[in-house]
Design a protein around this ligand. Structure first.
Ligand code: FBP
Length: 334
């Protein structure tokens, strides 16, 4: 009889060896707790329409997005879960302007978590796929700990996402490859179903909001025309696949290859304006995809080399199959 798949906690234990000793236990504790709270979020999403949890609360968050009831609820359950771990010294969340300090977790081993508790909010009221994105960084024992979140993407020590689709899938990396788990709803455990994910070198699909085409960098526009041009030898044209939720689009790209892109608005070439947030969307996805053998770029530079100077700083992103990302960068350089 086939061995039963590893649980997330067993897999985390096997990854401990690769983690820098002081943080190993904190990373396992925090990732384990995020997994458990995401099972709660999955349950709530499934019943949201029955519990009057759909719709807006009114008002906007720090990045100007209209806030949904589930955005707030998702943030609150994430915050209290992380506080309980006593291993999280601060939380940078999409829903709150400033980092939330958690003095319960002082000390050099404590971590700073950057999170988008509910990603893809525009899909919530239409029963579309949504997700949770998270990134872990060392706090360095600093208090306040929040500023330790600011810095280069390469300083992340772990990153992951949970996708709430027909199944609930958790994907994470601690710098030793990227691994996928599926929630067993009966037991509430995440089981290893996608060990050591390797993204195909080239894909057949691309995901982008084409409604923004007129504001794109000329290289971006030419690259999309290139993907749409018939050429049997290079498998073009690519098909367009776009769900409106970064987690769902990145998950498809990770498993099938291809590209997910949210380029900047270059209407004013002096001040390109991006949409997605660096600390809790672009940088964690960059680490996950790179650890699966993929690439993650702004079109002009590697996203993991970007240095965050603001908690809600935005960044352009083109990620996916390494050869497709390289081709996109060539078009940006022309
Ligand atoms: P939030 O829902 O967490 O604000 O995330 C932003 C997001 O919804 C991404 O998940 C998605 O990739 C993108 O915005 C969709 O943007 P648009 O509606 O402009 O295509």
């Amino acid at each position: 009889m086939a061995d039963s798949p590893l649980t997330l906690s067993e897999h985390l234990a096997s990854q401990q060896a690769s983690l820098s000793a002081p943080h190993a236990r904190s990373v396992a504790t925090v990732l384990g707790r995020i997994a458990r709270v995401s099972a709660v979020i999955a349950q709530e999403l499934a019943h949201a329409a029955l519990r009057d949890r759909l719709g807006y609360v009114g008002g906007t968050n720090v990045t100007g997005d209209q806030v949904k009831k589930l955005d707030v609820w998702g943030h609150e359950v994430m915050e209290s879960a992380l506080r309980e771990t006593r291993a999280c010294a601060a939380l940078v969340s999409e829903e709150v302007a400033e980092p939330i300090e958690m003095s319960e977790a002082a000390g050099a081993n404590a971590l700073v978590v950057c999170a988008d508790p509910v990603d893809g909010s525009s899909n919530l009221d239409v029963n579309g796929s949504v997700g949770t994105i998270f990134s872990l960084r060392p706090s360095g024992g600093k208090m306040p700990a929040g500023p330790a979140a600011l810095g280069r993407g390469t300083e992340q020590i772990a990153a992951g996402y949970v996708m709430y689709g027909p199944a609930t899938t958790l994907v994470y990396t601690v710098g030793q490859g990227t691994h996928g788990f599926t929630l067993n709803r009966e037991t509430g455990e995440f089981l290893l179903t996608h060990p050591d994910i390797r993204i195909p070198r080239r894909g057949k699909t691309y995901g982008i909001n084409e409604g923004n085409v007129l504001s794109w960098h000329p290289g971006q526009r030419a690259f999309i025309e290139h993907l749409k041009t018939k050429d049997k030898a290079s498998g073009r044209p690519y098909s367009l696949r776009y769900s409106g939720a970064m987690v769902a689009d990145v998950h498809r790209t990770l498993l099938d290859g291809g590209l997910f892109m949210y380029p900047a608005d270059w209407t004013d070439p002096q001040k390109p304006k991006a949409k997605l947030r660096l600390l809790y969307e672009v940088a964690p996805m960059g680490m996950i995809v790179e650890q699966a053998g993929g690439g993650a770029s702004t079109g002009l530079e590697r996203v993991l080399d970007l240095v965050a100077a603001d908690y809600h700083q935005r960044a352009a992103v083109i990620l996916g199959s390494p050869e497709d990302v390289a081709t996109a960068e060539e078009f940006y350089r022309r």
